[in-house]
Design a protein around this ligand. Sequence first.
Ligand code: PNS
Length: 166
Amino acid sequence: MRRAVCPGSFDPITNGHLDIIGRASRLYDVVHVAVMINQSKKGLFSVEERIGLIRDVTADYENIVVESHHGLLVDFCKDRDIPAIVKGLRAVSDFDYELQMAQMNNGLSGVETLFIPTNPTYSFLSSSLVKEVAAWGGDVSHLLPEIVHTALTERLAENKSATQDG
Ligand code: PNS
């Protein structure tokens, strides 16, 4: 079985993530989508909610397993015998940091990182930008799967009314 992992924060998953996960799923027998827990960063969605959204939007793929992990990505890989990390590269600006992480991960455990060039339609896309634009009322519906867009709209409305009530 050839296994790979697509790691990330996925807060929330975007069409750009989904494009990379789908392309990885055609290259590997099993693709693990790992929602990495970063306790110093409070997300808009809980880890369980992120996992639920990813499971929903990848339901048509038969070889995708969605999990969370608290700790080093190399340990997630070691525990599951995963030799490859698959990442999307959006632009040159991604490259410096991604290269550092790839080299660090390889030095720690020998795991390889493979970069897939992002579909140019999504080269500007990130979860943070989507959240910012949506929070100011901008239309991001074309950048997210429909159920994710609905969840985002609802969460932002909840947060807004909580702020107004408070
Ligand atoms: O979606 P993101 O936030 O850009 O993803 C970054 C992520 C979660 C893939 C990266 O921060 C990571 O791998 N974190 C897990 C902890 C770890 O292994 N850190 C060392 C990286 S060299």
